[in-house]
Design a protein around this ligand. Structure first.
Ligand SMILES: [Zn+2]
Ligand SMILES: [Zn+2]
Length: 129
């Protein structure tokens, strides 16, 4: 049986089924995790922007639940959305790992940095009686 379609994703073009469980409103595509800028405040559908929102980051809420940070391509607004049970886990993990996979400096420089920090600390200790 083909699951019914809630909407077609504007980013990847795949059909998005209604949530499998719970009554929570689905606010992003489970395949590519893209969203649409429809809310001014969470859930109010009051924004007139309707720009595509890219998943740019993942953060962990105080209760341990993951949430996605979405950024609107049109106006730059940032939203935080809870993940859904059928979200693309590989994509979620790759978004979470991106800063580590692309460090701002070559990782071998970290060793030099730590060594210079240690040397500095030693120097500081020898200066203080
Ligand atoms: Zn999509
Ligand atoms: Zn927008």
């Amino acid at each position: 049986m083909q699951p019914q379609t809630l909407f077609t994703c504007q980013a990847c073009g795949k059909p998005v089924p209604p949530p499998l469980y719970g009554t929570r409103q689905r606010n992003h595509c489970p395949h590519c995790l893209a969203s649409v800028h429809a809310d001014a405040a969470p859930g109010d559908r009051a924004s007139t922007c309707r720009g595509l929102m890219d998943p740019i980051s993942v953060w962990v809420r105080r209760d341990g639940e993951w949430a996605i940070i979405h950024r609107c391509r049109c106006c730059g607004t940032l939203h935080s959305n809870r993940i859904a049970g059928d979200d693309n886990l590989i994509l979620l993990l790759s978004i979470a790992a991106r800063p580590l996979a692309e460090p701002p400096m070559p990782l071998h420089q970290l060793e030099d940095f730590l060594r210079s920090q240690a040397a500095e600390a030693k120097m500081f200790r020898s200066e203080t009686p």
